[in-house]
Design a protein around this ligand. Structure first.
Ligand SMILES: *Cc1c(COP(=O)(O)O)cnc(C)c1O
Length: 388
């Protein structure tokens, strides 16, 4: 039997609200600045831009809308194609469809779960042709317009070769950095490599605004266009003149106020996450049934999630066992190319994603996780392997 007793639910990932959130929200309410124009929106945008190392930032209602507007802002057209990993949360795939374009699903790297960049290179080399400065998929005849690398669970994608091939083939990179705020690739923050980088401040992300998102870019025209599209494409505020179909995608001041308070603590959150990861890793050192993903030598992950790999036969029973002990664990997402609305889309040489889906489990990872709670999780995992 377990030597530690914990009677409450250990959640997978819950927000940490322990800074100036109340103070800043109160200021919004006291002054009446509650909507999408307000000083906290501007401050939050400046904080994220500075932090990531980008010139411009545009706040949005959520990460999905940031991704949607990003595709529109780089000029994606209906019937274009966009490469996206099959192992991802569904948002970056859905936004491709919102634009009338088509996803091409790509495999993952087994150590990091991020998209397999070498397979993208092979796909572009073998399966695509260049015509008039553009890149076309030989099989479908469609133009390959963009790639959305997703920095899965906080670990950065291997960007150098990707940036290089996309530049040579006139393909835009929209980074889905929604899980990787604060992570670094070769010393530079994720979100600063593509034409645009997108962030999410949903309740389970490393910082939260309840719900919210942001896109960052160094291109002034893209920033202007994105801001325009998020504000109903209004070109004249007095006359209600709109010059294209826009969206109501702006973040409000109350949410941004929470975001500013959360940003003040981000580096502290990342330190805590990294330390908690070390505690898990040490505790499982002698348990051969558990493997961790790898943090590459060129990477600094924010360790948003802690992912372990187990034998496929243990995945579901282990999760059921831990859930029965009030420990919230989760599998990784269903592979998107297997979902009914995407099953007819092109999927290129997938194998590692299928293996990863079969063996990965996410452990509780909240910033506020206590050392004793980690011990409790570890003890129950060990117990599962002893008693099964
Ligand atoms: C959270 C997340 C998003 C977008 O999130 P919203 O809930 O719309 O803020 C997009 N992509 C990935 C990979 C995510 O994890």
């Amino acid at each position: 039997m377990s030597e530690i007793t914990i009677n409450h639910l250990i959640s997978l990932s819950e927000p940490e609200i322990s800074g100036n959130e109340w103070k800043y929200i109160k200021e919004c309410l006291d002054t009446g600045w509650v909507s999408s124009v307000g000083s906290y929106v501007t401050r939050f945008e400046e904080m994220i831009a500075n932090y990531v190392g980008a010139k411009y930032a545009v706040a949005t209602v959520n990460g999905t809308s940031a991704l949607h507007v990003s595709l529109l802002s780089i000029g994606i057209q209906p019937e274009d194609e966009v490469i996206v990993p099959t192992l991802t949360f569904i948002a970056p795939v859905n936004v491709i469809k919102y634009c009338g374009a088509h996803p091409v699903f790509m495999d993952c790297d087994e150590d990091t779960l991020c998209v397999d960049v070498q397979k993208i290179l092979a796909f572009i080399k073998k399966e695509c042709v260049r015509r008039n400065g553009h890149t076309y998929n030989k099989k479908t005849g469609r133009r390959l317009r963009a790639i959305i690398p997703v920095h899965i669970f906080g670990h950065p994608t291997d960007m150098d070769d990707l940036v290089d091939i996309c530049f040579k083939n006139n393909i835009g990179i929209i980074e889905d950095a929604t899980e990787s705020l604060g992570s670094e690739y070769k010393g530079k923050k994720t979100g600063s490599f593509g034409k645009i980088g997108c962030f999410s401040f949903n309740g389970n992300k490393i910082i939260t605004t309840g719900g919210g998102g942001m896109l960052v870019t160094n291109d002034e025209n893209i920033a202007k266009r994105a801001r325009h599209l998020t504000t109903q494409a209004k070109s004249d505020p007095f006359e209600y003149n709109h010059d294209e179909i826009g969206y109501n995608y702006r973040l409000n001041n109350i949410q941004a106020a929470i975001g500013v308070a959360q940003m003040e603590k981000l580096d502290e959150f990342i330190n805590t996450k990294r330390n908690n990861f070390v505690q898990y890793k040490e505790a499982f050192r002698n348990l051969e049934q558990i493997k961790f993903l790898q943090e590459k030598s060129w990477a600094k992950s924010n360790f948003w999630f802690y992912t372990i790999k187990v034998h496929p036969e243990d995945k579901n029973p282990l999760m059921a066992y831990l859930l029965s002990k009030n420990i919230q664990v989760r599998p990784v997402w269903k592979l998107i190319h297997t979902l009914p609305m995407y099953k007819d889309c092109q999927a290129y040489a997938l194998d590692k994603a299928i293996t990863a889906h079969g063996c990965c489990v996410n452990l509780p990872c909240s910033v506020g996780l206590k050392s004793g709670e980690i011990e409790f999780v570890v003890e129950n995992v060990k117990e599962y392997f002893n008693v099964k």
